[in-house]
Design a protein around this ligand. Sequence first.
Ligand SMILES: Nc1ncnc2c1ncn2[C@@H]1O[C@H](COP(=O)(O)OP(=O)(O)OP(=O)(O)O)[C@@H](O)[C@H]1O
Ligand SMILES: [Mg+2]
Length: 425
Amino acid sequence: MGSENAGTITRISGSLIVAEGMTGAKVGDMVEVGDLRLIGEIIGLYGENVAVQCYEDTTGLRPGEKVIDTGRAIYAELGPGLIGVIFDGLERSEVEMLSLRGSFVGRGLRIPPLSRKKRWHFVPKVKPGERVIEGDIIGTVQEGAIEHRIMVPVGLGGTITDISEGEFRVTDPVASLESRGGEEIELTMMQTWPVRVPRPYKEKVTLTEPLVTGQRVIDSFFPVAKGGTAAIPGGFGTGKTVLLQQIAKWADSDIIIYVGCGERGNEMADLITHFPELIDPKTGKRLMERTVIIANVSNMPVSAREASVYMGVTIAEYFRDQGYDVALMADSTSRWAEAMRDISGRLGEMPVERGYPAYLSDRTAGFYERAGRVVTLGRDRRKGSITILGAVSPPGGDFSEPVTQLTLRYIETFWALDFDLAARR
Ligand SMILES: Nc1ncnc2c1ncn2[C@@H]1O[C@H](COP(=O)(O)OP(=O)(O)OP(=O)(O)O)[C@@H](O)[C@H]1O
Ligand SMILES: [Mg+2]
């Protein structure tokens, strides 16, 4: 965008940046901060001043550097190329970052989330002359063990004028539509979606099927439904991570989204090295061929946890919309809550219980609300679901603390891990 949407940094406090002179900025806009063009998001407006939550390490940033408003919200790129990749919260492939920057966390790096070079074999599912509406599947691409279904993006529809089978890149047009107004629209395999906005569906439906987790004690006594929500609170070392990872390996869902949020780096490293070796009992192929990992470890900036939680759930919704049963693991939602507390404290907001911001409740509810079993958009009334399993790490194993209590209010299944029992083994 033009220079009229640029401001100047006046204050830096950890991941909170205050800039002045930004006219026309909106809350939720994605911004580029400083000479390194770090990615941030506008979280507050005070007259001409804006408060920015920066999702990358702000070390070395100085007042006087520029903040540029991109004019659009933080968004996810959705399309072939998601499966089997390990992303950070801003949907950058960790492997590509490693090849660009070595084993240090790169800053200000721009890597297109979906490879722009790779070609995918697109097989059309509709014919020219057919009318399609938003959410209709126009074709498929085989990606790993998954049939990736290419949908008409939300808000578009019309008559197919051209569509063909072949090898395409995600940015190549694969079909053309003539909209009602007679406008010609080209469809690519890639679409984008702002991560904070839940993706639309037709209706929510009753949960009827259990998610078979493969853990007998859970499946027999404390089952969770496909499309349900479960929280795993437990003091440190009680086995939350081990349980989530076991469920990720054995659950009978089509797609696994594993969000590592503020957890130890060596645990994520373990996941990243072991997961790709595992064989999926369902398909006989590698488990990674139906998994997306969002890795955000404890030594990355605290604010990036927020980005990873929303990125994870947006990718989960995209696969739900294709008609799949998705299981999303978030380890740990407490680290995300701590990130909110951190930024809220820096903003000088009035805290409520134990220093957490008043909107902790809304955000927690909003996150779990994105779970569910739905009838998706599109004419075929296909169904998809997202099951959210969130670990909660109450300090000292005290379940009366706010994050555990709030989470309890919004979830259906509660798998409490007991410290004494864990210590007895
Ligand atoms: N069901 C189990 N049986 C035996 N050992 C277990 C079991 N679950 C976990 N453990 C062991 O307990 C240890 C801690 O487990 P884990 O890392 O999952 O805990 P956590 O609750 O995620 O801890 P933190 O709060 O620190 O993240 C691990 O070393 C693991 O090997
Ligand atoms: Mg853990």
